[in-house]
Design a protein around this ligand. Structure first.
Ligand SMILES: Nc1ncnc2c1ncn2[C@@H]1O[C@H](COP(=O)(O)OP(=O)(O)OP(=O)(O)O)[C@@H](O)[C@H]1O
Length: 693
């Protein structure tokens, strides 16, 4: 067994050696027999083996310890063994002597051993040893652990470092053999116990002092932290109080601020109203006014032109008279010329050249009169448009004066009504200011007809709420936003819309009936973008009422589609033909497609209705008139089946418009609904996407 152990020991500790195993065995054998047999031959080896029993006998008691130690100590920790495993001969002696000395020492120490209890834990590379003598240290460590600083296993907090240090100072590597006998390689020098104890004690004291210092420092830290915490708490309380005071102040100031803002808004609006009325008065002098004529008991209103228009008309009249006079002169000149040719006026002495020169003078004068006339006619057109604007403004002012909402009310505690923007069929639209969001809005006040039955009113409100619930969900750059809806009283409710400070397209076309193609194109492109949005939602929407009055412009000129009063939600189960049109008869007939006038059965409609309407709008912007029934009333369009007959669109020769624009209009105005492209298809048209074909 000892041989085995020896071989094991040797091989274990000679791992780092370059020597081959047989050579090592030979060396070990030689060691067993002593230095004498320096020649490592097989015969010597036999002699060495023969010599073994003697020494073996001496070492018997120590072997188990050695063997255990060898098994236990890892390559790293077995430093002394490793050195003894070198070729150094002293190492050989050490191996044998040390064990003997240790055994003796153990016997000497007997029960007076320093260590009452040794616990070794080895995982091949690590040993942890605890002794009674380290109890203080352990207690201190426990305290540290109790503070949560560091871990006994792997923690490397402050405590753990101290712990490790003190362990290494106090506890030399100790080995607990399997048979319970002690082996301590540190004791192989057989140092006296007393200095060891003293040394340990002083090390404890040092450690204790340093720990106490640390504890004191930590306590100081804690005290400071507590102080800081209490300071922060105070600060927090102070800030909370300040915040509360600010909130209270804000609450107090809010009504005052709102009052100041609305007062300012009211004064600005009053000034605007005054200015508008003054301008109307001034413009009336130039462009005309509404006069009252009495015919018996009937009083009616009539338009009387203003001075500027009278002057223009007088100028035109005078030019016409001059033109006629010159024409008469020319006629007589020609007569005299022909008479001379006949010989009837031969003695007058007028030469042929004189006739020619005189005629040239008349012709030149006529040409200049024509030019003058053209200028004045253009001026008159401009004044006619101004007259139209003036009439609309007069109507607006009259509607504003007659409105029950004209006294700057604040609706729903939030919307400060300012000036009237316009009046529709059943509604008045006011410019207003949102005192919460701080932005201008348009408040549309829907008045129910007081003559209506309760049932009809309820149905109207239900319908309006449904419509506004649709509109509220629409968020797009080219769709007017709907911010809010609320009831004002039994007969009135209000919808709050995004304010568009520009004119609507109707007003634009009234001022400039023909738009340059480039401008018309970008407007229709924006309208189609809005329509594409309506058709890409899960719940598709047909606007159904696209017309110039329902296209608004913001202050930057961005076009936005509004008024979803007639819009339809396309339900999921709608077939390819479209949905049933239940509100036939509603809408503006110039802009509706032929399928909406179908009388034999309930019409089926789709987004193609909006494609048709957009085509009409585009045509109107380019040519200054609608393609079908332009001069007809709604009633006449119905009576004469104008749209049902609208099979082919014709284009005037002037103004000149590109073929691409005409192609787009033809596609939009495809008579047969089935052949007409839908919104998403037509939106791909290169003319609308600005891409080259
Ligand atoms: N969001 C808005 N921003 C600015 N002005 C608006 C807004 N909505 C409507 N208006 C203006 O208010 C006026 C009245 O609008 P409204 O929609 O009631 O009239 P309408 O379309 O002519 O009538 P109806 O809806 O009965 O066909 C119009 O001149 C319109 O330009």
């Amino acid at each position: 067994m000892s041989d085995d152990m020896l071989i094991h020991f040797s091989s274990n500790s000679s791992n780092q050696s370059d020597q081959s195993l047989p050579t090592k065995i030979a060396k070990l054998e030689a060691r067993m027999v002593g230095k004498a047999s320096s020649a490592a031959s097989s015969t010597v080896s036999t002699a060495a083996i023969a010599a073994v029993p003697q020494q073996q006998h001496q070492q018997q008691a120590a072997w188990p310890a050695v063997s255990s130690a060898v098994k236990f100590v890892s390559d790293d920790l077995a430093e002394p063994s490793t050195s003894s495993d070198s070729d150094d001969d002293n190492g050989e002696e050490f191996l044998i002597q040390a064990n003997t000395q240790k055994r003796q020492k153990l016997q000497e120490d007997g029960s007076a051993t320093v260590f009452d209890h040794v616990e070794a834990v080895a995982d091949g590379r690590q040993m942890i040893v605890e002794t009674v003598e380290t109890k203080v240290n352990v207690d201190v460590n426990r305290k540290k652990h109790g503070r949560g600083r560091g871990h006994s296993g792997s923690g490397r907090g402050r405590g753990s470092r101290v712990n490790d240090q003190s362990r290494s100072q106090i506890c030399p590597p100790t080995i607990l053999p399997s048979n319970g006998q002690l082996e301590n390689s540190y004791h192989k020098d057989s140092r006296p116990k007393e200095p060891f104890r003293n040394e340990n004690r002083s090390s404890f004291e040092e450690d204790n002092t340093s720990l106490r210092a640390k504890i004191a420092a930590l306590e100081e830290d804690l005290r400071k932290s507590r102080q800081e915490a209490s300071e922060y708490q105070n600060l927090c309380r102070q800030l909370e109080k300040e915040l509360k005071d600010l909130k209270d102040y804000e609450q107090q100031m809010k009504p005052k601020r709102i009052k100041v803002i609305s007062d300012l808004l009211i004064s600005v609006s009053k000034a605007e109203r005054q200015e508008a009325r003054m301008k109307v008065r001034q413009d009336s002098l130039r462009f005309g006014n509404v006069g009252v004529i009495r015919a018996g008991t009937v009083i009616s209103e009539t338009w009387e032109d203003g001075q500027t228009l009278k002057d223009i008309n007088a100028h035109l009249k005078q030019l016409l008279e001059t033109k006629e006079a010159i024409e008469r002169q020319r006629k007589s000149l020609k007569k005299r010329q022909s008479d001379k040719g006949d010989g009837a006026d031969a003695e007058s002495g007028i030469q042929e050249e004189d006739f020619l020169i005189q005629d040239e003078i008349y012709k030149s004068r006529l040409a200049s009169i024509k030019r003058e006339e053209e200028i004045i006619l253009r001026e008159r057109d401009r004044y006619e448009l101004e007259k139209g604007r003036l009439i609309r403004e007069m109507k607006r002012i009259r509607d504003e004066d007659g409105s029950r909402f004209n006294n700057f009310q604040i609706l729903n505690h939030r919307f400060a009504l300012l000036n009237l923007l316009g009046k529709g069929g059943f509604s008045e639209v006011y410019k207003a200011y949102d005192l919460v969001e701080h932005r201008y809005v348009a408040c549309k006040l829907h008045g129910l007809n007081a003559q209506w039955s309760e049932e009809k009113k309820q149905s109207y409100v239900r319908h309006a709420i449904r419509e506004y619930n649709i509109h509220k969900t629409l968020v797009h750059h080219h769709i007017v936003r709907l911010w809010d809806i609320f009831e004002i009283d039994q007969n009135t409710f209000c919808t709050v819309l995004e304010y568009c400070s520009g004119k609507d397209l109707d007003a634009v076309l009234k001022a400039t009936p023909v738009l340059p193609e480039r401008e018309a194109r970008i407007i229709i492109v924006q309208i189609f973008q809005g329509l594409v949005y309506l058709n890409k939602r899960t719940q598709k929407i047909i606007h159904y009422d696209l017309k110039p009055g329902n296209v608004l412009f913001d202050e930057l000129g961005v076009a936005k589609v509004t008024d979803f009063g007639l819009s339809k939600i396309v339900e999921d189960d709608v077939g390819s033909q479209g949905m049933e049109l239940t509100s036939q008869g509603a809408g503006t007939y110039w802009y509706l497609p032929p399928e909406c006038f179908e009388l034999s059965k309930t019409p089926l409609i789709s987004s193609k209705v909006d494609v048709w309407s957009a085509g009409i709008l585009f045509y109107q912007m380019l040519f200054g008139r609608r393609p079908f029934g332009h001069d007809q009333t709604q009633e006449r369009i119905l009576r004469e089946d104008t749209i049902i007959k609208a099979r082919k669109v014709e284009f005037p020769s002037r103004p000149a418009v590109s073929n691409e624009a005409k192609d787009l209009i033809r596609r939009c105005l495809t008579y047969n609904q089935a052949d007409r492209p839908d919104v998403l298809t037509i939106a791909q048209d290169p003319y609308l996407t600005y891409s080259k074909k």
